[in-house]
Design a protein around this ligand. Structure first.
Ligand SMILES: NC(=O)c1ccc[n+]([C@@H]2O[C@H](COP(=O)([O-])OP(=O)(O)OC[C@H]3O[C@@H](n4cnc5c(N)ncnc54)[C@H](O)[C@@H]3O)[C@@H](O)[C@H]2O)c1
Length: 342
């Protein structure tokens, strides 16, 4: 293992602090971490993920469905029952090996199993590495909406092995790039010219800093949702389309970032040069900033009004002279105009 190619970032949360390890060829290291601390391990993953851990302790692999269907209370019930049959106890470990779906589900199962069991995330998607696996937000979906049942339950460690990205489909890579682009606006620094390892580590560092200062998203952690209000609306509309037309989460966030830039410009919060920077940054990641042609502009507005973070008014994270902030009660006509200009 090349030790120089490993970067460790701490998420500082007092006695719940943990390390996020970013590098290549980390699986051997994951085994060392586990075997020095735990006697029995349950690995939650998906069949489609062509990566597995060779563990030197008693372990079993539990597979869950490949998409959002895995994030359901039914799957929580099924997996938890299997863990009990396997004999997993509170002093044992759950490993979530996968993208955001697996780490959201695995983290939620861990938070309730035996009223709270240790877990670690081994992220295998770019989006998982720079976002979902870090920060302890776990959740499953209800028919009434995404991530409606969940918990804040921090992992004991997170491992981001960049080698796993070699098998990731292109659209899933772009999904991660959408979230990476977001960090450029949050931190006001550019990731351009950095290696992939440096970029992932920098994004994790920014996320870790926000999580450490606002673990339960009572304030500034909400800024990590830049581009997400319109992004979620576009992503949700895509679910009604054929698979080939749908946008991944990060692709939809990219459109949402440009929309947020345009809205901030229209409100006089940023100048044209800063708006242009939004477009340039997105393009530097190979991301499209325009609404897909199938988007239904009127229902996007309705969806955004129902956004669970909006609290009944049109609320956005917007750029401004002092950086990003949450802006409430944005005029509906202005939002409508910007959607139509996109
Ligand atoms: N908890 C949080 O803070 C947070 C943040 C952002 C997103 N999320 C959640 O994350 C989920 C999306 O996660 P995602 O974008 O990682 O998608 P995902 O977990 O659905 O993975 C995408 C697809 O890639 C496959 N895959 C995963 N790793 C692979 C690999 N290395 N090689 C080949 N295929 C692989 C998966 O099986 C899946 O089909 C959403 O449910 C979202 O709500 C959570």
């Amino acid at each position: 293992m090349n030790q120089e190619a490993i970067v460790t970032i701490e998420v500082s949360l007092g006695e719940r602090s943990y390390a996020v390890v970013v590098g290549r060829g980390l699986f051997e290291y994951v085994d060392q971490y586990i075997s020095s601390r735990y006697e029995k391990v349950a690995v939650i993953t998906q069949e489609e993920i062509p990566w597995s851990l060779q563990l030197s302790v008693d372990s079993e692999v539990f597979t869950v469905p490949k998409d959002e269907r895995a994030k359901s209370l039914r799957v929580v019930d099924e997996v938890s029952s299997k863990l009990a049959l396997f004999g997993l106890k509170r002093n044992h470990l759950i490993v979530a090996l996968g993208g955001g779906v697996v780490t959201d589900l695995g983290g939620f199962v861990a938070s309730t199993y035996y009223r709270g069991t240790d877990y670690i995330n081994v992220a295998t998607t770019l989006l998982g590495m720079v976002d979902a696996a870090v920060g302890g937000k776990t959740a499953v979906n209800l028919r009434q909406g995404k991530n409606l049942v969940g918990s804040f339950w921090q992992p004991k460690a997170v491992f981001c092995d960049l080698n796993t990205l070699e098998t990731l489909p292109e659209n899933q890579k772009r999904s991660g790039l959408g979230e990476m682009a977001k960090y450029s606006f949050i931190s006001h620094d550019t990731l351009e010219g950095m290696s992939l390892l440096e970029q992932v580590a920098r994004c994790v560092e920014i996320k870790a800093e926000y999580v450490a200062s606002d673990e339960r998203e009572g304030g500034r952690r909400a800024l990590l949702n830049y581009g997400h209000t319109l992004g979620h609306a576009v992503e949700a509309q895509g679910f009604e389309r054929s698979l080939g037309e749908q946008l991944t989460h990060g692709e939809a966030v990219a459109v949402g970032i440009y929309f947020a830039g345009k809205l901030a410009f229209k409100m006089g919060r940023i100048d044209e040069a800063r708006l242009d920077e939004h477009r340039k940054v997105l393009h530097s990641y190979g991301l499209n900033h325009r609404l897909p042609s199938w988007a239904d502009k009127d229902s996007l507005l309705e969806y955004m009004k129902r956004d669970k973070k909006s609290m009944g008014t049109l609320t956005f994270v917007l750029d401004g002279r002092d950086g990003l902030e949450v802006v409430r009660d944005v005029e509906e006509s202005m939002v409508k105009d910007v959607i139509h200009e996109l």
